[in-house]
Design a protein around this ligand. Structure first.
Ligand code: AHR
Length: 510
């Protein structure tokens, strides 16, 4: 089959919100401690305790927004434990993630400092599962109020005179599971109550984000939009790309779902896998399209003007932990397979950017599909990092709809396209196409028409390797990295390109 891509370069209607390229950092394993934070006395070069190499790497991919402190951790985090002199901060057990001691050395002040160093928007997730309305209200007051109140006096006593600028606040996390095992109807009511006390003290109103569904839990979206849609700015979908679900899902008669941990769930190795597992992950990444389409259709019913954003604030691959590491730390390697599946997911988010206005990959450092891994003072950039590096051109550009006709691969009764694509035009008139070829053996030739443009100059980058599980290690950190791509030809009305097997390609056309 001839593979064609049609793009009308004048058909753009809306911007791709830069927040689609957002990140997520939880107090889980070595994401915060060892990842972002080493402390001021560490031999690892740092700025006020935050690693300099990490700041540099993340600034290079322009991360627009960072979600913190969880995740499941958020629903048992008590923010007052993480303020004041570090040596006096309460120590607690991180029950979800490895049962280790959390010393609270990284708290509210350190998080805002990190965001200021990264020039990124903070997105804070509050505690509904085990916290109180008062606790949430006081946290927001502590962070954002500039008047006179006991909370402001406390912030000032802790060294921060002026409030911080905070735009995004999550009212709970996964409240159908680790955030309280609630029914949608119950959480919808709690959301209405808690979100009322999340007051607007800052210059601009806070954007309030409700905990959304897990994967295909459409009942959750229906109930949340019906009961609380008027009171939220975003609804957060969580979807992990994995070979096997690690939960047993039971549907209750009223449409709610119960998620029970599957004993000894096997998710497969991140590096040691067969062709079938490659395609299983591609198929799981493509499933994002169906999820977003169906959740968006429900949202459209209650909110046709698309005021409420669909926010995918946790997504990414989830494999077995690396042998010998703490099972509660979720540390996994990251191969070319992760890169191609990230490319597919990001293309899907771009293509739905009228409704999807923020996403946060789980998680930035050392956890799940991490763009960055660390080992003591060493740091490496994973194939997934390089996808963010290549795709950053889409941030705040105008989305261009794509019409892609391509062959399909059959995996487990599902037909999945060989290619995935998205496109945008930036303010300088440069068109960017990002394409993924999931084929393990064959390259795919693509004919791309670009109506409204006479291409004068094309350049490209490609991310690929000779084996599907190629990855970067601390000894060989550059096995997978973007290289110049020359396999294209300019046509009078577009271009022709030959996309290598297992690749992510970026084309810039002027
Ligand atoms: O990202 C790891 C965990 O996955 C998060 O804490 C939780 O929200 C989700 O189940």
């Amino acid at each position: 089959m001839r593979t064609t891509l049609k793009i009308d370069t004048t058909a753009g209607k809306h911007r791709i919100n830069p927040n689609i390229y957002g990140h997520f950092a939880e107090h889980l394993g070595r994401c915060i401690y060892d990842g972002f934070w080493v402390g001021e006395d560490s031999p690892v070069p740092n700025t006020r305790g935050i690693r300099n190499d990490i700041i540099k790497a993340l600034k290079n991919i322009k991360i627009p927004v960072l979600r913190w402190p969880g995740g499941c951790f958020a629903d048992e985090y008590h923010w007052k434990d993480g303020i004041g002199p570090r040596e006096n901060r309460a120590r607690m057990v991180n029950t979800h993630w490895g049962g280790v001691v959390e010393n609270n050395h990284f708290g509210t002040h350190e998080f805002f400092d990190l965001c200021e160093l990264l020039e990124t928007e903070p997105y804070i997730c509050g505690n509904v599962g085990s916290g109180t309305v008062r606790e949430m209200q006081e946290w927001v007051e502590y962070m954002t109020f500039d008047g006179e109140s006991p909370l402001v006096a406390l912030r000032r006593a802790n060294g921060r005179e002026k409030p911080w600028s905070l735009k995004y606040f999550g009212v709970g996390n996964e409240n159908w599971g680790c955030g309280g095992r609630m029914r949608a109807e119950y959480y919808a009511d709690l959301y209405r109550q808690y979100s009322l006390y999340v007051r607007d003290y800052g210059a601009a109103p806070l954007e309030k984000i409700a905990a959304g569904p897990r994967g295909d839990n459409y009942h959750w979206t229906e109930v949340m939009m019906r009961e609380a849609g008027h009171f939220m700015d975003g609804l957060a979908l969580h979807y992990y790309t994995r070979v096997n679900d690690h939960n047993i899902v039971i549907e209750e008669p009223d449409g709610n779902k119960i998620y029970l941990a599957k004993p000894n769930a096997v998710r497969g190795s991140a590096v040691d896998f067969e062709a079938d597992e490659w395609y299983a992950i591609m198929s799981a990444a493509y499933f994002t399209e169906e999820l977003i389409t169906k959740h968006s259709a429900i949202m459209d019913k209650y909110d046709p003007e698309k005021k409420v954003a669909l926010i995918v604030d946790e997504w990414g691959t989830w494999f077995d932990v690396e042998p010998g590491t703490n099972p509660g730390f979720l540390y996994q390697q990251n191969t070319l397979r992760d890169a191609v599946s990230a490319g597919i997911s990001l293309n899907i988010f771009n293509n739905h950017s009228d409704r999807v206005r923020m996403t946060n990959i789980a998680q930035t450092i050392n956890v799940l599909q991490a763009p960055i891994l660390t080992d003591g003072a060493k740091m490496l950039l994973t194939p997934t990092y390089h996808v963010y590096e290549m795709y950053q051109v889409h941030q705040d550009a105008t989305h261009l709809p794509v019409e892609l006709i391509t062959g399909e691969h059959e995996h487990d009764g599902q037909k999945i396209p060989w290619l995935s694509a998205s496109a945008s035009v930036d303010d300088n008139g440069k068109i960017h196409l990002t394409l993924c070829n999931i084929n393990l053996r064959e390259s795919v030739e693509i004919n791309c028409s670009l109506a409204g443009l006479n291409p004068r100059r094309i350049s490209g980058q490609v991310l690929t390797a000779s084996a599907m599980n190629t990855h970067n290690t601390f000894d060989q950190p550059e096995q997978v990295k973007p290289r110049q791509f020359n396999e294209y030809e300019t046509l009078s009305d577009g271009l022709k390109a030959n996309l290598p097997p297992m690749s992510v390609v970026l084309l810039e056309v002027m």
